[in-house]
Design a protein around this ligand. Sequence first.
Ligand SMILES: *Cc1c(COP(=O)(O)O)cnc(C)c1O
Length: 478
Amino acid sequence: MNPLARLDQKFVWHPFTQMRDWLRREPLVIKKAQGAVLTDAKGREYIDANSSIWTNLHGHRHPRINRALSRQLRRVAHTSALGFANEPASLLAAELVRAAAPISKRSRPSRLNKVFFSDDGSTAMEVALKMSYETARRSGLSRRPRFLSLQGAYHGDTVGAVSLGHIDLFHKAYNGLLFGAGEAMSPYCYRCPFNRARPAREDARLTRRCEWECVGKVEQTMSKARTVGRPFTSFVVEPLMQGAAGMIPQPEGWLSRVAELCRGGGISIIADEVMTGFGRTGVRDARAARRGRLPLFACERESVRPDYLVVAKGLTGGYLPMAATLTTQDVFNVFLGEYEEFKTFFHGHSFTGNQLGAAAALESLALLQERREEDRRLRLQRSLSDQLRRLWALPEVGDIRQVGLVAGIELVRNWKTREPFDLRERAGIRVCETMTRHGVLTRPIGNVVVLMPPYCVTDEQVVRMVDAVERGVRALSR
Ligand SMILES: *Cc1c(COP(=O)(O)O)cnc(C)c1O
């Protein structure tokens, strides 16, 4: 066995991993990477088909981000944001505020104009959660503010973020630790009890036959809470697509309708764009899209203006752990006061505003907004959709859900009845194991295979990724 693999097995405890399974076989040791390709200790190459768990944007070892980091290293790697400002974090905050404004309004002052830095998606969600909790209390809206989130929601693994989640498999064990959030119906068209359309060889969002009962359900949940005197103060949502829930996309118009309900009910909106941010959700129609000026955030595609925008994974292009919570002047003002009023936002992390991370993020944001890169994303969205189409020929493929530059492929025992595989059959895991043997790395979510490559993948690499899925699915019935 590779000596590094041996050390790993001896000492490292991996996240979200049944370590007994892990210890049964030699792990892949990733030694280096270039662009969308990872190389292991044995010199084998793989396409990084889930962008190293949804973090990488421009590919590995991007010359521009590498240079930005070297430049920053010649100055300083980290200084504390407690008591000091620094160059890259100041510049990055300004850039994030600009990027979060709707494209048509970039010249005007942005609504989300305050940036609180932290380290990862979970901590950035904690920040949003504490800010909105305190804001609701201090403005007299509620003594015990309550949160509403979607079925299957995943917002991170710190205790507050777990409280906002609804994945029993992950969260149930910690119930005793949690404050608990309300649960609203998620618009999962493929398995929606209100969808009267028969299974078809097309994305269930497009063939669905319904009367937006799912939006009605969210409305009911909100109004019921009001009736019993415990209204929700904040709605937490992954806009356009729920990631860890199984790549569950929202049909066009759902987000703006639900945002309308929130506005009407005085409920603030926390947009968790940890996965969807930085161009990942692409454009509505990549063929019709004009060149350039693409939205960077999912909210913008439905003109939704959240009160909190939470970003992490892709913020530094996938280089370093860094996150940010953007919010409004109104929220910021709630925490203003004389020192002795103790209205301070008492929250922070040792690495808040890290200089290296901010330098990488600045360069990544600059890249994202260049013409060439925008064209590249449009092209990737198109080639992904062209390639995915052929998977409909496989009877074990029930649903193919693409939103921009991310896709979930749901495996089923029988597409005509949508009968799922039992999780114990490990259909998703088996498909991904076959894919690994064919040089493509990704992770399933239950029975859903995820494709979410770095934006630099070539058309040829997209073909190879989808080929690998096809081989994996065909191997299921063998
Ligand atoms: C990954 C993820 C998180 C948590 O982020 P970490 O960096 O893993 O803490 C939160 N929300 C969403 C939507 C995510 O995909």
